[in-house]
Write a protein that binds this ligand. Structure first.
Ligand SMILES: C[S@@+](CC[C@H](N)C(=O)[O-])C[C@H]1O[C@@H](n2cnc3c(N)ncnc32)[C@H](O)[C@@H]1O
Length: 308
């Protein structure tokens, strides 16, 4: 036993194994996401209403949040969507205290969903392999030990080599990539559960033509970026090859929120004189929407979406 293992095995153990990061930790204690904010929930409520209307407002309409974290998105939606709409969290962690009673909490996604199936920053946490080109030009899996040291491992298997050739070719010694197959499979699993409605994954990622040269495996802990050490102490994540996933539509979060009518416009100054409290609330809200649409930040995240 050398202590080195392929990244996918290491991520699986460090994030989801006994004592793994996500078995213990609430995401919002370590990093900020769109789904934690009320402003994001407002746009998702608008999307849910659109989908609900398209489906003819069925009794069984549900919003299912897979990888719900602390349940923030559904807690906010509970105040925005009418009681007919089922709100279902799918999460490995136990149900947090204080969540509105109408939010259901379960470990596995329902077999069949009529409504909106959403997964925010889930795919980037689906464990995947990293590949690296060695000195003689062979593409090999990268292995990592529990201190984060890496080394080239065995030659990549045919299926992974095929995926790399199609989506993220690497040829020159030292080039590195992440193999997105498990993320593509996770998307297919989600989409396969949608009977009617919309499936939406929101995540950071890249498309062919703008793949990051050295790969993206990184780690977060206590609100800071840290070294990706797969010992269960930190979140380990890799950006998603969003075009490979197989969604029908891929667009930036900024474009998607604008299409749903979100606006970061400042409230009129006159409101500050008429109703200073309302002005302060509106100003905070427009600031929150601006952060969600920031092209250098959350606005550059990707919405992967299929309607059915
Ligand atoms: C990065 S957090 C995102 C949380 C939340 N969606 C957000 O955007 O703030 C990813 C979450 O997905 C959960 N998760 C990962 N794999 C899962 C699975 N197969 N089923 C349910 N939850 C999962 C983790 O436990 C973690 O809470």
């Amino acid at each position: 036993m050398t202590g080195f293992e392929p990244w996918r095995t290491a991520m699986e153990r460090a994030l989801y194994g006994p004592g793994g990061f996500y078995r213990r930790e609430v995401p919002s204690h370590h990093f900020a996401t769109s789904a934690q904010t009320p402003a994001f929930a407002e746009s998702i409520a608008r999307l849910a209403e659109e989908v609900d209307g398209r489906l003819g407002r069925p009794e069984s309409f549900a919003v299912v949040d897979v990888g719900a974290g602390g349940g923030d998105l559904l807690a906010h939606l509970a105040g925005l969507l009418d009681e007919r709409v089922r709100l279902v969290a799918v999460e490995l962690r136990p149900r947090p205290r204080g969540l509105p009673e109408r939010v259901e909490w379960r470990e596995d996604p329902p077999e069949s969903v009529e409504g909106l199936l959403i997964a925010c920053e889930l795919l980037d946490n689906v464990p995947c392999e990293a590949a690296v080109v060695d000195g003689s030009g062979r593409v090999r899996y990268e292995e990592v030990d529990r201190e984060g040291r890496t080394r080239p491992g065995g030659a990549v298997a045919d299926e992974d080599a095929k995926w790399l050739a199609e989506w993220w070719p690497i040829r020159r010694p030292g080039e590195r990539a992440e193999i997105g197959r498990p993320r593509d499979a996770a998307w297919r699993d989600l989409a396969g559960r949608l009977a009617r409605g919309t499936v939406l994954a929101v995540d950071y990622g890249h498309r062919r033509g703008d793949r990051p040269g050295g790969g993206t495996i990184s780690a977060f802990k206590d609100g800071r970026r840290t070294d990706p050490v797969p010992d269960g102490s930190c979140d380990i994540t890799a950006h998603v090859a969003v075009d490979a996933v197989g969604a029908d539509h891929v667009a930036t979060q900024r474009a998607s929120l604008l299409a749903l009518g979100a606006s970061a416009a400042h409230p009129p100054m006159a409101l500050a004189y008429e109703d200073p409290t309302a002005y302060a609330v509106a100003l905070a809200r427009s600031g929150a929407v601006a952060r969600l649409m920031d092209p250098e930040g959350l606005g550059a995240h990707w919405w992967m979406r299929t309607d059915r």
